[in-house]
Design a protein around this ligand. Structure first.
Ligand SMILES: [Zn+2]
Ligand SMILES: [Zn+2]
Length: 256
């Protein structure tokens, strides 16, 4: 598997960090983890084959994670690149995803569901195994962020594993989900003294890292207070016991 970070920021505009989007490639397919408004253009900037995308995972309905989905479908409906596409695009997310898309679609009769190719919206129950890509198995976990928020665990046919927490408050269950994974992509919205229980700060993210014992961790979803922080120095002081990578837009990671 190979991961390309499209956006390492939040909903708040930032000069270097666009909002959530993570492009994951397996040997034969591709998956977009979250789809912010900026992510759809970031795919093109990174020269990724967006017109051939197999599946999209929507972790929750905050607009820095789903706000690009309808614009993307508006694009694929009309783009020359997708007019001859035959395979379906599958969009996975929590219960309510279909209603969200239908509501948006109805506001202006966009007919977003009438694509040149089949479109499938698949609502997932937590802890129910499903195939998100051919030969890639997934399971979702409810997280303390919004009612519908889900973290996801992925396993490809070569037994490579990845967990994407998306936005979450602190829960040990994240550490259980991410036990020994090859790559843990974890939000770390705040450095210290977080103003909300619905996100993580550094000490919590490292606590979960020490508990989960992944091969590597990428911390992401940074608010601008991180701009003033010496990331590697602060991480080292908390002894994470594995490599901890600071997400940046455009960073590519091989998961092997
Ligand atoms: Zn977010
Ligand atoms: Zn959120």
């Amino acid at each position: 598997m190979k991961l390309t970070i499209l956006g390492s920021g939040t909903a708040v505009p930032h000069p270097q960090r666009s909002s959530s989007g993570y492009w994951l490639e397996t040997a034969n397919s591709s998956l977009l983890l979250d789809c912010s408004a900026s992510a759809i253009h970031r795919m093109a900037q990174e020269k990724l084959h967006w017109a051939n995308l197999d599946a999209i995972w929507i972790s929750h309905f905050h607009l820095d994670h789903v706000g690009g989905l309808c614009p993307f479908l508006f694009g694929t409906k009309n783009a020359p690149e997708t007019q001859n596409r035959k395979k379906s695009l599958r969009i996975f997310g929590a219960k309510g995803l279909k209603k969200l898309l239908e509501s948006f679609d109805a506001t202006n009769d966009y007919k977003l569901f009438a694509q040149p190719f089949p479109l499938e919206i698949i609502e997932i129950e937590p802890l129910e195994k499903f195939e998100i890509l051919p030969e890639t198995e997934a399971v979702a976990l409810k997280t303390p962020h919004t009612d519908e928020s889900l973290a996801i665990h992925l396993r490809d046919k070569n037994d490579r594993t990845l967990v994407y927490t998306s936005d979450t408050g602190f829960t040990e269950e994240i550490g259980t989900l991410a036990q020994n994974v090859d790559l843990l992509v974890m939000e770390c919205s705040y450095f210290k003294n977080k103003p909300t229980e619905r996100h993580l700060e550094l000490a919590e993210a490292i606590h979960l890292t020490r508990y989960a014992k992944p091969k590597r961790v990428v911390l992401t979803h940074f608010y601008s207070e991180w701009d003033a922080v010496d990331f590697q120095k602060e991480v080292a002081e908390l002894s994470p016991m594995c490599e901890v990578i600071e997400a940046t837009d455009g960073l590519r990671l091989e998961i092997s």
